[in-house]
Write a protein that binds this ligand. Sequence first.
Ligand code: WT7
Length: 674
Amino acid sequence: MDSVNDVATKAAQVSEAGQKHLYPPPADLAAAAHVKSLDEYKAMYRQSIDDPETFFGNMARQFHWEKPFDSVGPVYNFDLSKGPIKIDWFQGGKTNICYNALDRHVAAGHGDDVAILWEGNSPDEQASHTYHDVLDAVKKFANVLKSKGVRKGDTVTLYMPMVVELAVACLACARIGAIHSVVFGGFSPEAIRGRMADAQSKVVVTCDAVMRGAKPVQLKTQVDAALELGKDDFTVESVVVFRRLAGECPMVDGRDTWWHDEMATVTADCECEWVESEHPLFMLYTSGSTGKPKGIVHSTAGYMLGSWATFKYVFDYKPGEVYWCTADIGWITGHSYIVYGPLLERATTVMFEGVPTYPDAGRCWAICEKHAVNQFYTAPTAVRALMKAGDDFVTKHDRSSLRILGSVGEPINPEAWRWYYSVVGEERCPIVDTYWQTETGSFMITPLPGATPLKPGSATLPFFGVQPVVLDDKGVELEGEASGFLAIKKPWPSASRSCYGDHARFESVYYSMFKGYYVAGDGCRRDADGYYWITGRVDDVINVSGHRMGTAEVESALVLHPACSEAAVVGMPHEIKGAGIYCYVVLKDGQVASDELAAGLKAIVRKEIGPIATPDAIQFSEGLPKTRSGKIMRRILRKLAENPAIDMAELGDISTLADPGIVALLKDGAMKLA
Ligand code: WT7
């Protein structure tokens, strides 16, 4: 865990670079925006905190409630010394998020509006799906799930690429009260196995294979391998396979069936299951500092309110506009800002199957031009990669439809910010830098494009209902300008409610560090204007291309290699990914370091977790810097990975190490690698 001093140093570097300019909202955009000024934002924010009953109650009443809620709440406990952590919004209500995302719009006469604009991997494949179409498919697939025995509260694992059927499957689960667990299509069989053993789903929905750029990616064979690996831990009764490519696909008799065959046997009549406000909607696995990935559980009503409100206000979405988020539905960004948020607002949401560099680095801007995209939302890592490809790829496409640009996943560096702002957005589009997490379900700290003056690199101010605080090492709230740990004081509607099957873990990871607070795991600085500057993770989590990677997970994979005795993993600066994965590996006696061995170690990490966890650097070393009690001093490893030329004096106190001599050896090795 970093100390407050480490956070302060980082914060000073981050904000100094970004604070020179203030970018006020463009006047014409502000005049037509849902929230038109900073004063209006402040008044709304005040009400959201002082009177959530009115503020969120009024927002929530636009939805259909089969049984209206008795009160908004929140009824909650954030203090472990007073009992279990509990968060409860919209008490007594019954609703269904699928109904609100689809049926409600169709019933109001908007069935012919486009819900999903699907853009294939190949630029000449596209499809447009109306709300009516999606609802029809969802009802049918809900019937398929029912025919497989899926009932309210059961879990369903979805391992799929970016095909419309993935959104359909999510909504079909929600329709019948089943809990979806989407596993990102890039995870390895071993990673799928772990998530399935935890979720115990009897039904898996997958796809034969998909093209990503010029490369075919097999999905069904990965699922088969995962089921084989996990056959002693769980039983899968049905695998439904969507056919995307025409190639061979192994099918197991009695277990595996084709999506299109199943859909042909069911009707498009399927009533919604009305569920309690707090009924779990989905879980999504995410990495932390220790142990296996946790299944973060989200609720129905609170999540519905949160994903909808943030989508509408932060992207300032107006009827008829076309919105595009480049994320994959395998991550929380895709759940909240491709599927649920946009559909709840009756938006047209673009779903892209391919990669930003295929057939060339202009693909994103070609799609913006083709579909006249108004809001474009991506991650800093993509911005940096596209920036490197050169301005021509951008400027040859018409981007005049763009109104708002978004960023998510990590702090956006000022250089990337300015390129995004001036080249992509022609200095016309505000950039909403949205800070949030898998656990928060929706945006926590974010500008509103018509209201908030921007500072490049700052996520700016809290969204409605969010009360951030900056804590010192002892958990004391700091006032005014301050650096420290980012924590949240009261529940916001879309807060995660638990870890699947392990509430104690949920409590210990998020609520035990400082009594009475949700602790985000990020450091931050609040400046004199009350703006928040996120400085990055303060725990043993690396943010690789905006995706969270637990160092412990990578270490566990490395030590599975027969030659590896011990491993320690830290983040290193990476031009495109933001952070790369740097591994210190101690070999077993008799093993000799070599390039082949390094390649083998990288391969085992890919096999255990997936290509996204591939190490960027492997440094063989004779030992690790350990204290006399055997604890690895990661601070030293992090500093060396960051800057191998660092002065020994800057490494801090190393006198408590069992063998201080190891540090010079590590530094030597790091210099050779760099
Ligand atoms: C972690 C959450 C939430 C969707 C994407 C990642 C970092 C996320 C920002 C931002 C600075 C950010 C934090 C956070 N992060 N957005 N705008 N500015 N940092 O979701 O995998 O749950 O990761 O991503 O470190 O804790 P996730």
